[in-house]
Design a protein around this ligand. Structure first.
Ligand code: PXP
Length: 242
C-alpha cells in the first residue's frame, strides 16, 4: 500500500448464503447483505461459487453482479465449468483457490508452482475477458515467484495459519512469513491482498504490513453481525483496520 492509501476491506458474504441454504429458503439474502456492507463502507464484495454450491448459487452471483456498486471479487476453483460462468458474469476480478469437497473452508493456498503452465492458460483466458486474476497462496517465496510466471496480477496471502496459531511464538513465526511474503510479492510487481481467519482480535498486526492493499474477511464479521447488525459489524472492522 502506498503511504496515504487506505487499506481496503472486502466482505465475504458466503455465510449469509450458508444460513439460507440450511432451509433452502429465500432468507437471508446475500445480495441484501452485500448492499448493507457497501453502505457501511466495504470496498468490495467477495463470494465463492463452489462446485458443490453449498452456499452461493449461480443466481446469487448474477444478482450480485447486477446490484452491487463496489467491486465484485469471485473466489473460485480453476475448473472449466466455473471459468465459463465467471467469464459470463464478469466479476471485477477472480481469486483462484484450491477446492476440496470434504473441507469446511478453503484449507491451504493454491499449489501454483506445481501447475504454472495450466494456470498461465487460465490467466490468459481471463485476460481475453479483461478480468484480472488473483491467486490465493501461502506466503511462500517459491509460490509467489510461480504466481508471477502465470501472469496473475494479484496474490492474496493465506492468513489462516497465522489466525489458527495457538502460541505467541507460532503466531509471530507465521506473521513474519506474511510480512516477508508481502514484501517479495510487491517487489516482484504483484498487488498484495490477505485473508482467511482474520477477526477483530487478530487483524491489527496484519494491517501494519505496508505492502498489503486489501483484506478479505467473512466469517468473523458475519458472525458478529448476528448480534450487532451487519452494518455495525463492518463499521467496527473498518475502524480497527484504518
Ligand atoms: N479469502 C479467501 C481466498 C477465502 O477462501 C476466504 C474464505 O472463503 C476468505 C478470504 C475469508 O475467510 P474468513 O471467512 O475466514 O474471513
Amino acid at each position: 500500500m502506498n503511504q496515504g492509501d487506505k487499506l481496503k476491506l472486502g466482505i465475504n458474504i458466503d455465510h449469509v448464503a450458508t444460513l439460507r441454504q440450511q432451509r433452502r429458503g429465500k432468507e437471508p439474502d446475500p445480495v441484501l447483505a452485500a448492499l448493507l456492507a457497501e453502505t457501511a463502507g466495504a470496498d468490495s464484495i467477495v463470494c465463492h461459487l463452489r462446485e458443490d454450491r453449498r452456499h452461493i448459487q449461480e443466481q446469487d452471483l448474477s444478482n450480485l453482479r447486477r446490484n452491487i456498486k463496489t467491486k465484485l471479487n469471485l473466489e473460485m476453483a480453476a475448473s472449466p465449468r466455473i471459468i465459463k460462468i465467471a467469464c459470463q458474469e464478469k466479476p471485477d476480478w477472480v481469486t483462484l483457490v484450491p477446492e476440496k469437497r470434504s473441507e469446511l473452508t478453503t484449507e491451504g493456498g493454491l499449489a501454483v508452482k506445481e501447475q504454472v503452465n495450466r494456470l498461465k492458460d487460465v490467466v490468459s483466458e481471463f485476460k481475453k475477458f479483461k478480468i484480472p486474476v488473483s491467486l490465493f497462496i501461502d506466503a511462500d517465496t517459491s509460490q509467489i515467484k510461480a504466481a508471477v510466471k502465470t501472469g496473475a496480477e494479484i496474490v492474496e496471502l493465506h492468513t489462516g495459519r497465522y489466525a489458527d496459531a495457538v502460541t505467541e511464538k507460532e503466531k509471530s513465526f507465521e506473521l513474519k512469513k506474511i510480512i516477508a511474503g508481502s514484501r517479495i510479492a510487491k517487489n516482484l510487481g504483484l498487488k498484495v491482498a490477505a485473508g482467511h481467519g482474520l477477526d477483530y482480535r487478530n487483524v491489527l498486526p496484519i494491517t501494519r504490513i505496508p505492502e498489503i492493499e486489501e483484506l478479505n474477511i467473512g466469517y468473523s464479521i458475519i458472525g458478529r453481525a448476528l448480534f450487532v447488525g451487519l452494518e455495525e459489524a463492518v463499521r467496527e472492522m473498518i475502524r480497527l483496520i484504518r
